[in-house]
Ligand binder design. Structure first.
Ligand SMILES: Nc1nc(O)c(N)c(N[C@@H]2O[C@H](COP(=O)(O)O)[C@@H](O)[C@H]2O)n1
Ligand SMILES: [Zn+2]
Length: 353
């Protein structure tokens, strides 16, 4: 049943920021009588949909929910009260809500009302689904994911800068899916000039992230595909007073421009936090990736590795200088795992906090 909650919750991937992904199921006499998920901020929570569908059958039933029911008035009233009012006998909760406004209060309220509560069922899977929400709540920053595709000899392009395509079709589709699950995707000016990317999900049935370009100099092409594709919003971050006429031309094309005091990864992550982002995908080149890692704007790394070799002394690699001199200084990914994606493999893991 908790797995069912998780797959319901996933239906809203990329749509709930700054809220978590949550699914809920109401079970009576071994049969599902109600289910729901949280579709997005401002809309009812998962439990409310599941209880609504269950109606009178919720009385004496068991409710499963992947995140502790909330116990506060936010954009919506507390779910704990809705669960109590519905006369549910038992609640099975995936994980405690790290939001300080909840943090065990929802569970305490249910117990106080005489409801039996079991906490921590499929907890690992529940935590993983909401890793970005947990990070955002605890660190007041979006969760940063660095994604890159490289050859077996660690290059993201040839010595001439040619990079289309390092990996095969399956890995590219996986990246489109990943973009759709994130709230923003960031590149630097170099990537716009060299790759001219679209940075969309390339599908109409899944969401697109906000596309963010970091460029101190605004040395960017007038006809980049980013300004010519309207299916996703675009934000260009630059410094005060840089190329005002070019900024105006971008705005005329529907691109938002913003002047920051300093265009650093941490500065842009702060801006995206203020705008409610949960997860941010870094799809940049090696120089910006190194800066993002150095200022702790990357929490997770997903590397796609293609079984091909390009060689070349000056061919670019996915992360440039981190100032490390010996192998023991290397950043080891925690909880690393690998899996096949078509003919390529993906390795992912977490940078320690
Ligand atoms: N248990 C649970 N189910 C859901 O479907 C949810 N969206 C949440 N979210 C928690 O409540 C906070 C948001 O509240 P509002 O949508 O503003 O009313 C969010 O931060 C979570 O703590 N919980
Ligand atoms: Zn709620």
């Amino acid at each position: 049943m908790m797995q069912r909650c998780l797959s319901l919750a996933r239906q809203a991937l990329g749509k709930t920021a700054p809220n978590p992904l949550v699914g809920s199921v109401v079970v009576k006499d071994g049969r599902i009588v109600g289910e729901g998920f949280h579709p997005g901020a401002g809309q009812p929570h998962a439990e409310v949909f599941a209880l609504r569908q269950a109606g009178e059958q919720a009385r004496g039933a068991t409710i499963y929910v992947s995140l502790e029911p909330c116990n506060h008035y936010g954009r919506t009233p507390p779910c704990s009260e809705a669960v109590v009012k519905a006369g549910v006998a038992r609640a099975i909760v995936g994980m405690v809500d790290p939001n300080p406004k909840v943090a065990g209060g929802g569970i305490a309220r249910l117990r106080e009302a005489g409801i039996e509560v079991i906490v921590g069922v499929e907890e690992e899977a529940c935590r993983q689904l909401n890793e970005a929400f947990i990070h955002r709540i605890l660190h007041h920053r979006p969760f940063g994911i660095l994604k890159y595709a490289m050859t077996l000899d660690g290059k993201i392009a040839t010595t001439t800068g040619h990079s289309a395509w390092v990996t095969g079709e399956d890995a590219r589709k996986a990246v489109h899916q990943l973009r759709s699950a994130c709230d923003a995707v960031i590149v630097g000016g170099n990537t716009v000039r060299s790759d001219n990317p679209q940075l969309t999900s390339h599908r109409t049935d899944i969401p697109n992230p906000l596309r963010v370009v970091m460029s101190r100099t605004l040395d960017l092409p007038e006809n980049a595909r980013l300004w010519q594709t309207e299916e996703a919003p675009t934000l260009v971050c630059t410094e005060a007073g840089v190329k005002p006429e070019f900024q105006q031309r971008l705005r005329d094309l529907g691109v938002e421009t913003i002047e920051l005091e300093s265009v650093t990864p941490a500065g842009v992550m702060e801006l995206l936090y203020d705008r409610g982002s949960l997860s941010v995908l870094w799809e940049c080149g090696g120089t910006l990736a190194a800066r993002a890692i150095a200022d702790r704007s990357v929490q997770k790394v997903i590397a796609f590795i293609a079984p091909k070799i390009v060689g070349g002394k000056i061919a670019p690699s996915p992360v440039s200088d981190l100032g490390l001199e010996t192998m023991p200084e290397a950043l080891n990914l925690e909880h690393a795992r690998w899996y096949a994606v078509g003919k390529d493999i993906a390795i992912e893991g977490y940078l320690s906090e």
